[in-house]
Design a binder for this molecule. Structure first.
Ligand code: CA
Length: 428
């Protein structure tokens, strides 16, 4: 697969996240009074699809779908429309293609908005959010800390992509600050719990699968059907309060330790853009039941990195480097499992992959693992150390699939930790 040559010069560099091969989907506005609308990133620009649709250059849907502050309406048009959009945009942007945009200087100037001038918003309305626990290295590391290496993986883990139903209401756009959560805590060595700010605030490096199609109540999905419903992928940070989580999680799993915030990246990379990077998952220790078996490899080779930057520091430290191919279960398997009981899926559903840790210490996708439960704090390039996140810290995820001379990038997914809010007067 080679880079497609665009007449948008900045889309042709080897480093850009947004060559013509990518065209990820976002929602943008320019200035405070501008209505957010759909666009795709191309080089250093976002292309205004609402404008192209209005001018009759983008006839790929049954109704007006791009002059909206979310991609859900277009996603619901289905896979043929998804393919038609990519084909049409490629024709408009490729060197030597349809001249309707390139040949119209005033339209070109209006439709190509410099990314530096654009504000990016939530790319879609999250219908429901489910988070999985499908990274083997992460599950093994966390299990080892909690139960010892002998019992690290729960007995179901090699058979089921374990998950829990999270909250869509607290999924926020990249750049949204996150307050340190309040919660019920029972510190080690203490007999009774108290209520207060989390002291063990963490991130989880994940990919989010964006579901573009739906399924009926009572109707399971095959893995192949599930895969065809996935519109694309976003960067996802599943913020986690480890102390709240450790006290509350038995036996029903995460609740308030996860519910206070999940940040997603601004760009949905469509599944078609990732096709050249499809790769096999890890070997199976035990065969999966037929309903979870894949007909073709379901993971992607996507390099992922996380940086941590204390407030006011001029240096961000890269604290982990890993890859999405480390997952044990693909998003298609997770979606098939999710529907297996007859639970209906909805366009706009978001599936968190689970924390993506690799085999080595430097590949771990959470501070819980990187600092081994807080016992081995990390050294930052500023000279500070971190066991868990401090107030003011900026945490940034990035990722890209590396081609021969191009990258399919996801941009960045960032958030800053603010101090806990003042507690209400509980006596009132
Ligand atoms: Ca998670």
């Amino acid at each position: 697969m080679k880079r497609l040559q665009s007449w948008v010069e900045s889309a042709n560099s080897a480093e850009t996240h947004f060559p013509l091969n990518n065209m990820p989907c976002g929602v943008f506005s320019v200035g405070a009074d501008d209505d957010p609308r759909c666009g795709v990133a191309i080089g250093d620009f976002v292309l205004d699809l609402a404008l192209l649709e209005d001018r009759g250059l983008l006839d790929v849907a049954s109704e007006t779908v791009f002059d909206l502050p979310y991609w859900n309406a277009f996603m619901e048009e289905g896979p043929e429309a998804w393919e038609a959009l990519r084909a049409r945009l490629t024709d408009l942007l490729i060197e030597g293609g349809d001249d309707a945009l390139r040949g119209d200087a005033s339209l070109r100037a209006e439709a190509l908005v410099p990314l530096a001038d654009a504000s990016l918003h939530m790319p879609f309305i999250v219908a429901e959010y489910t988070d999985f626990y499908a990274g083997r290295h992460h599950a093994f590391n966390v299990g080892t800390m909690f139960r010892g290496a002998e019992n690290a993986l729960p007995p179901n883990w090699l058979h089921i992509p374990i998950g829990y139903n999270g909250r869509a209401s607290s999924v926020v756009a990249s750049g949204t600050p996150i307050h340190r959560p309040l919660g019920q805590l029972r510190p080690p060595g203490s007999d009774s719990p108290h209520f207060g700010p989390s002291r063990r605030l963490d991130f989880e490096l994940e990919m989010g699968a964006v579901v573009g199609g739906g399924s009926e109540l009572g109707q399971p999905l095959t893995v192949s059907e599930a895969e065809s419903m996935i519109f694309g992928y976003v960067l996802l940070n599943d913020w986690s309060a480890r102390d709240i989580q450790a006290w509350e999680y038995q036996p029903l799993g995460p609740f308030q330790g996860k519910a206070f915030g999940t940040t997603i990246g601004p760009w949905i990379v469509m599944r078609a853009a990732l096709e050249p990077f499809r790769c096999e998952g890890p070997a199976r220790d035990v065969p999966l039941l037929p309903y979870l078996q894949e007909k073709r490899p379901g993971l992607y080779d996507i390099s992922l990195e996380v940086t941590l930057q204390p407030d006011g520091a001029d240096t961000a430290t890269t604290i982990t480097r890993t890859n999405y191919r480390e997952m044990y279960y693909s998003a298609a398997q997770q979606l098939a499992h999710h529907a297996s009981s007859g639970c209906p899926m909805t366009p706009g559903d978001l599936l968190g992959s689970g924390t993506i840790s690799g085999p080595e210490k430097e590949n771990r996708g959470s501070l819980l693992e990187l600092s081994w439960g807080g016992k081995e704090p990390l050294s930052l390039e500023t000279g500070e150390t971190r066991a868990f996140l401090e107030d003011g810290d900026w945490l940034t995820l990035t990722g890209w699939a590396q081609g021969a001379d191009f990258r399919i990038g996801f941009g960045t997914c960032t958030g800053q930790i603010l101090p806990a809010v003042t507690e209400p007067d509980w006596s009132k």
